[in-house]
Design a binder for this molecule. Structure first.
Ligand SMILES: [Fe+2]
Ligand SMILES: [Fe+2]
Length: 356
């Protein structure tokens, strides 16, 4: 019985070469492509929520989650070309937390690209993070793929500047999963303009991979699994044949396909969030995973861990999860139905639930 559906690291695969043997439990599948594309993989670690207690004390479990992810990443074979860190290094955006998280991440043997999370941002509006890590949105090309990183956790001017007595109060409100005083996230006009300009120069046949912290789709507003201007961002991506959006923030398995865009969440190294029973996303074909899931099982060391492997070349939702008891769970795009399916897993594990 698979009790927890949470993976903590995502590996996005873009392979064109032979079947590759590995030392860790991962499978790379050969895809036949010619041209300038080359084999490569990159690793993705997200949501460590490093939390300061006092002095030099930090919450041990969150530290250990990140330390373990970094250690396993360093042992990967084939070696990833680089790593993405998906946001929420810190819990309350304190400089001590960001420093400590980056110190743990500095053990990575690969270049690392960072995505802004709301837990890194709302104390000082990203000032400390940016001082250390640079731009909050940027793009680059790598072996035939165009990568875009967005800061998707911004919100409106009034909420940001006018409501709170100080940054600490603002941060603590935004840090609550379901605090009704919080505000929906957005990418915002400035970044959307930048994105439109950035994408102008990209050939429509080139695979595009977008990294955001919150989902660039609307899943569950009450918990801010949501980006208010998601449709506008999606519209900017419509011209491309193959778009993959990877995000963190939700600390649970999510995937989706909207038109040409496939969506994948990466899991947290800190803790899993439960699946809200109120998920009822008829048109969006989110997984039938409305299993009320409690926190990770403290008596099972590997609970809330696992691997996920995402194929970006197909351009349609295509991901395999390797679960803690070694079973595999594959989500594949059903061409006839026009949405991703997870049939085997749903048949095996899902108790009676609301259908939509
Ligand atoms: Fe998070
Ligand atoms: Fe987050």
């Amino acid at each position: 019985m698979v009790k927890t559906l949470v993976d903590r690291r995502g590996f996005l695969k873009a392979t064109t070469g032979a079947f590759i043997g590995t030392t860790l439990p991962l499978t790379n599948v050969r895809l036949a492509f010619a041209g300038e594309r080359e084999d490569f993989t990159f690793a993705y670690i997200s949501d460590s929520h490093i939390q300061h207690i006092k002095g030099n004390k930090f919450v041990r479990n969150w530290d250990r989650g990140l330390i373990r992810a970094v250690a396993e990443c360093n042992m990967l074979e084939p070696k990833p070309d680089f790593v993405f860190y998906g946001g929420d290094i810190a819990q309350l955006a304190k400089p001590e937390e960001i420093d400590h998280g980056l110190e743990l991440l500095s053990a990575l043997r690969y270049d690392t690209h960072y995505v802004m999370g709301e837990h890194d941002y709302y104390l000082d509006l990203g000032e400390y993070w940016s001082k250390l890590l640079g731009d909050q949105w940027y793009s680059f090309d790598h072996k035939g793929v165009h990568f875009v990183v967005l800061n998707s956790i911004l919100t409106d001017h009034d909420w940001t500047y006018n409501r709170w007595k100080d940054g600490e109060e603002r941060m603590s409100v935004m840090a609550g999963l379901d605090d009704p005083r919080g505000s929906p996230f957005m990418v915002g006009e400035e970044q959307r303009k930048w994105l439109a300009k950035d994408l102008k120069k990209v050939d429509k046949k080139k695979p595009v991979v977008v990294l955001s912290h919150s989902p660039l789709q609307k899943i569950f507003k009450n918990w801010n699994f949501w980006t208010d201007d998601a449709e506008e961002v999606q519209a900017l991506l419509h011209k491309f044949d193959k778009v993959s959006v990877l995000y963190g923030h939700v600390h649970q398995i999510q995937y989706n396909q909207i038109g040409n865009i496939s969506f994948y969440s990466a899991m947290a190294t800190a803790w899993p969030w439960p699946y809200p029973e109120t998920y009822a996303q008829a048109p969006s074909h989110l997984p039938e995973l409305t299993v009320p899931m409690n926190r990770a099982d403290p008596f099972f060391e590997r609970d809330a861990t696992g691997w996920q492997f995402i194929d970006v070349w197909s351009g349609r939702s295509n991901v395999t999860y390797r679960l803690p008891e070694n079973s595999e769970r594959t989500v594949a795009y059903n061409k006839e139905k026009g949405h991703p399916e997870d049939t085997e897993y749903a048949a095996r594990n899902i108790p009676p639930q609301n259908h939509y």
